[in-house]
Design a protein around this ligand. Structure first.
Ligand SMILES: *[C@@H]1O[C@H](CO)[C@@H](O)[C@H](O)[C@H]1NC(C)=O
Ligand SMILES: *[C@@H]1O[C@H](CO)[C@@H](O)[C@H](O)[C@H]1NC(C)=O
Ligand SMILES: *[C@@H]1O[C@H](CO)[C@@H](O)[C@H](O)[C@H]1NC(C)=O
Ligand SMILES: *[C@@H]1O[C@H](CO)[C@@H](O)[C@H](O)[C@H]1NC(C)=O
Length: 436
């Protein structure tokens, strides 16, 4: 079960030592004086990352040899683009999702479809922002700040207000009736701007914990954050009584999803660059301490809790041996990515062929379940387009897979009537498994 399928991933640069030297040689010749490499124009400062040994992590990781994720069903094709966090409101309506075009939308059922619920900035305009599928590509980058890019969403379970972490506009809140979101936090208590708010969760006492992925780059440059390994990300806490934002943790390498535990004694956050989930204690003897929760076979995105207090983590898989070498040798990365070659090519040379994995963890970080789409048959991931999120549909927990192009889920039994009668045996098997 273990490592099948992973071996292919080993065949990256590492096993082709000659390629390394070629890269080195060519790199030394072209120290990119003309900024031809993919990082031309950036003040690229790679740093060393403390990533767990590739071999150790992969040997312990039990994949999903049935690749069950591929039996999911494609939903909302070409209806919403780039949906991130998915939430349901107090009445159970939704899902709500933040889109690549800057809107927060909600699903109103089959007859009404998706409607715009909120905008994060008054500067949003249909003409500039609503670019359909193109809003998920670099074509949107020049407008992204103007249009907004809502990522993490959570409802206040008392008031029904919607809190949003927007990659460009910080932390915001929208009334239960929707409309224009109001900024809550754009700077921390020291006056530093919140450059890349990513995900949030709300403590029972009203504090909002949220991640700020980097103090140097915003979302459109998220790939550079990964390549540099820079660790200027933070975990922040917005205090509603004083309306100030406090720095809880700093020096994090691409902090991404955040989720409080069921009893609120700790929270988890993912550190994408370091391929791991971290635990931050809020109560008890370890209060204020950070510890490793789980090392992952790939790059985590969001983390969400189910009703049992277990955690689903969405992962862009997989790490490679070559990537580990590069992450520990920033000087080599500096040369490699300055080669005047296309980023796709460079990434391919590192055997970075991505597919989607979602994994369920116990409160103690034990792996309970792994679902993979190994062939990328269902969830298409490209190097720069990622993000699979988990959500709940009408109260029932199940994985909801979201790609920039579409949302996909297998959803028994609430939507059994929506499933075509001619489901394949595999689909039925998958749905039954989910129902268990
Ligand atoms: C998957 O793993 C299980 C348990 O190790 C094994 O029984 C089964 O035959 C494997 N299936 C495939 C398709 O390899
Ligand atoms: C909207 O655009 C104006 C003019 O470019 C700018 O000054 C303002 O900061 C923008 N507002 C937001 C919320 O981004
Ligand atoms: C939710 O809204 C209520 C009413 O405005 C407020 O008192 C509370 O602090 C907010 N936060 C939480 C977590 O309930
Ligand atoms: C709410 O809980 C968090 C986490 O324990 C804590 O940091 C914060 O100070 C608390 N806020 C209030 C107002 O008690």
């Amino acid at each position: 079960m273990e490592k099948k399928g992973m071996t292919r991933e080993d065949e990256g640069v590492l096993s082709h030592a000659w390629l390394f030297f070629l890269a080195l040689g060519v790199g030394l010749v072209f120290i990119d004086p003309f900024q031809l490499g993919p990082l031309g124009g950036y003040d690229y400062r790679p740093v060393r990352n403390e990533i767990a040994p590739y071999k150790e992590v992969m040997e312990q990781w039990h994949g999903d040899n049935g690749s069950r994720l591929r039996f999911g069903r494609l939903e909302f094709v070409d209806e919403v683009f780039g949906p991130e966090s998915l939430e349901f409101d107090l009445q159970g309506h939704g899902p709500y999702a933040g889109l690549a075009d800057g809107r927060i939308v909600r699903w109103m059922g089959h007859s009404l479809g998706w409607e715009t619920f909120a905008l994060v900035t008054p500067n949003w305009s249909e003409k500039l922002c609503a670019n359909g599928i193109h809003s998920t590509t670099p074509l949107q980058h020049t407008h992204e700040k103007l249009c907004g890019r809502p990522l993490g969403l959570r409802f206040n379970k008392t008031s029904g207000e919607l809190y949003t972490a927007d990659a460009y506009h910080g932390l915001l809140v929208t009334s239960p009736h929707g409309g224009l979101a109001t900024p809550l936090a754009t700077h921390d208590v020291h006056g530093n701007p919140i450059l890349f708010a990513n995900d949030l969760d709300v403590h029972n006492n009203g504090s909002i914990f949220f991640t700020d992925t980097s103090m140097r780059y915003n979302r459109k440059d998220h790939f550079i954050i990964l390549l540099e390994g820079e660790a200027t990300g933070r975990l922040l806490r917005y205090d509603p009584s004083s309306k100030t934002t406090h720095v809880v943790l700093q020096g994090l390498a691409f902090p991404n999803g955040v989720q409080l535990s069921k009893d609120q004694s700790f929270l988890l956050f993912t550190e994408t660059t370091n391929c791991r989930v971290m635990k931050y204690w809020l109560e008890g003897p370890k209060r204020g301490k950070v510890e490793l929760f789980a090392n992952l076979p790939g790059f985590p995105d969001n983390v969400r809790m189910n009703e049992k207090g277990q955690f689903w983590v969405a992962i862009d898989c997989c790490r490679t041996a070559a990537q580990e070498v590069l992450s520990k040798k920033p000087w080599l990365r500096s040369i490699y990515f300055k080669l005047p070659l296309k980023m796709n090519f460079l990434a391919r040379m590192m055997a970075m062929e991505m597919f989607t994995v979602i994994s369920l963890f116990s409160e103690d970080g034990e792996v309970l379940e792994v679902l993979e789409d190994r062939g990328g048959e269902v969830v298409k991931l490209k190097y720069r387009k990622t993000l699979v999120i988990l959500g709940r549909l009408r109260g029932r927990e199940r994985p909801i897979l979201v790609t920039p192009q579409s949302s996909r889920f297998c959803s028994p039994p609430a939507t059994t009537q929506r499933l075509p009668p001619h489901r394949s045996e595999r689909e039925i098997e998958y749905c039954e498994w989910l129902e268990k």
